[in-house]
Design a protein around this ligand. Structure first.
Ligand code: MTE
Ligand code: MO
Length: 537
């Protein structure tokens, strides 16, 4: 008696449509692959369907965005310190890995319990839909791409599972025929996977080219009423390896929680100013452009910047002083904070006085003579001298709520970061790079160089200490404003061959010496003296 029975030697056989008598050495792996391919179909179809919606309507972007929102500050800090601005690549790669693992497990389950497996796959789709619609910039309609993806992926999954397990035909004895049919099924699975990859790639490509087209249609910047201080030539230390004094837009560091850069249409954009004000104000983009604008040099820095890190950039910003708009709406007594909000739901809490005192806090539309790049907040963002970006530099700005610290909490403040973020004094060695070589000149001297900043107070002196020597005062490049970084250089005369350490500290315009005390970025910015090790060759 060789007829398989339900309780017999083939316990897994009952859910296979037929052919439990088939040896299927590869089936477990192939069912896992089937799960992964079905998962790819879900994402690819959703990506393609999202072309009719917004970039943020794809499940991947929504799931990643939700993940970014719940990750604890310590982890965010670690990821940024390990990967810098590659953080998003790392996030997407880990998401892909987790997703591949989950769908592979679902595929494996499909081997014995196809219905439950299909339900789980659908469950993943539903979970993604929930996350899509709860993203701030999305509406209910944005769940449609994921819905379509799920509706296509689930039956595809069941079909592929059946194909992978299908016997040759009625005649089980025809072994070569069985192998041939099997090979065809596996090829089919591969082909569907390939199609999914091509579809997703094409969708991404279209999104990217739309971005290019949109940029081409950007507006012409208005002329400022007062132009920025001209940058003297000697602001830039003339030494190979020094960063440019003005950071080109394309090289400007980018830090934000947005996985898909929000695409804001300036023709429908509005800025609403409300809260503790005498009269609310809503400005269209055209109205904003008609406001008197000023230009200002300002170095932006991120609270996540580690000692010696490069999450800082210096640009010329063009915009409307926040002060003038706040004067127009009339701030009521009791207000001490302005909560700025982005189209993607990010918020920052800026102390009211930083927006009403004499500093150049701007509602900015221009960066280094160009409209804001999409990554840096197009069409409108805020910049505030003296405060870290997370409490002031809201990109894709759409709302200012005049309020009180007691009543409202900003995005990062609910995640363990300090609700106020004045920038700490910072200085770093740029030349040499860490573990770099230094080549002495004919006189046996080497040039050292770096950058220092203390926005609002300015940098008074920078000192450098080589090995255990005395502090030596560095030469400073021209200071453009107290809100911009300065570059420093030091000629080290008697550089002796061998390994050395180079340490730097700055003193701000108020006489405060940068503290040696090491602090991590969380909760309110790193501190400590930057030291690099190098070799004089
Ligand atoms: N909408 C939005 N704006 C944002 C952020 C964000 O996550 N979302 N991040 C802030 C932080 S933490 C910093 S340091 C600056 C960085 O600005 P940049 O990317 O133009 O350098 O933007 C700020 N504005
Ligand atoms: Mo930041």
């Amino acid at each position: 008696m060789t007829t398989p029975t339900r309780s017999g030697a083939h316990p897994r056989g009952d859910s296979h449509p037929r052919g439990s008598a088939h040896p299927r050495g590869g089936a477990p792996i192939w069912s896992a692959v089937t799960g992964v391919v079905a998962g790819m179909v879900l994402v690819a179809v959703a990506e393609l369907a999202s072309l009719a919606f917004s970039a943020s309507s794809t499940p991947f972007v929504a799931v990643g965005g939700a993940f970014v929102d719940i990750v604890p500050p310590a982890v965010k800090d670690l990821v940024i310190s390990l990967f810098g601005t590659w953080d998003k690549v790392v996030l997407f790669a880990s998401m892909i890995a987790v997703y591949a693992l989950l769908t592979a497990l679902i595929g494996r389950l499909g081997d014995t319990r196809p219905r439950s497996a299909a339900a789980l796959l659908a469950g993943l789709g539903v979970l993604a839909m929930v996350l899509v619609v709860t993203r701030a910039q999305n509406s209910v309609l944005d769940l449609l791409p994921t819905l379509v993806g799920t509706v296509v992926a689930v039956p595809t999954f069941l079909l592929l599972l059946r194909a992978v397990h299908a016997p040759a035909g009625a005649d089980d004895a025809d072994d070569s025929g069985a192998r041939w049919t099997r090979r065809r099924s596996l090829l089919g699975v591969g082909a569907v996977g390939l199609l999914a990859v091509i579809g997703a790639g094409a969708a991404r490509g279209v999104t990217a080219s739309r971005e290019v087209a949109r940029r081409a249609a950007q507006f012409v910047l208005p002329t400022p009423r007062t132009t920025a201080e001209p940058i003297p030539e000697n602001a830039q230390v003339d030494l190979e390896g020094m960063p440019p004094f003005v950071t080109p837009n394309a090289d400007f560091y980018r830090i934000d929680t947005a996985l898909a850069v929000p695409r804001v249409d300036p023709t429908t954009w509005e800025l609403r100013i409300h809260g503790l004000v005498e009269r609310e104000l809503t400005l269209s983009f055209e109205e904003l452009l008609a406001e008197p604008m000023i230009e200002t040099n300002l170095t932006l820095t991120c609270v996540s910047n580690a000692v010696g890190g490069d999450l800082a950039g210096n640009a010329v910003w063009l915009g409307v002083p926040v002060r003038t708009l706040l004067e127009r709406v009339g701030v009521k007594d009791g207000a001490d904070m302005v909560l700025s909000r982005s189209v993607d739901g990010f918020t920052a809490s800026t102390p009211l006085e930083a927006l009403t005192d004499s500093r150049d806090s701007l509602i900015a539309v221009g960066m280094n003579g160009e409209p804001l790049p999409a990554e840096h907040g197009y069409p409108v963002r805020m910049v505030v001298p003296g405060l870290y970006g997370y409490v002031s530099a809201t990109k894709w700005l759409t709302e200012l709520k005049v309020t009180r610290f007691a009543d409202d909490v900003a995005y990062w403040s609910t995640r363990g970061w300090s609700e106020r973020g004045p920038i700490k004094i910072a200085s770093r060695v740029d030349v040499p790079r860490s573990f770099g070589d230094l080549q002495p000149d004919a006189d046996g001297a080497v040039m050292l160089g770096g950058t220092a900043w203390a926005q609002q107070r300015g940098i008074a002196t920078v000192e450098v200490r080589i090995d255990d020597g005395d502090w030596r005062e560095a030469e400073l490049g021209a200071e453009v404003t107290p809100d911009t970084w300065v570059q420093w250089s030091l000629r080290w005369e008697e550089a002796s061959p061998g390994d050395h350490s180079i340490m730097v500290r700055a003193t701000d315009g108020e006489g405060e010496v940068q503290t040696e005390e090491r602090a991590n970025p969380a909760p309110d910015g790193s501190s400590g003296w930057h030291t690099v090790r190098c070799t004089v060759v």
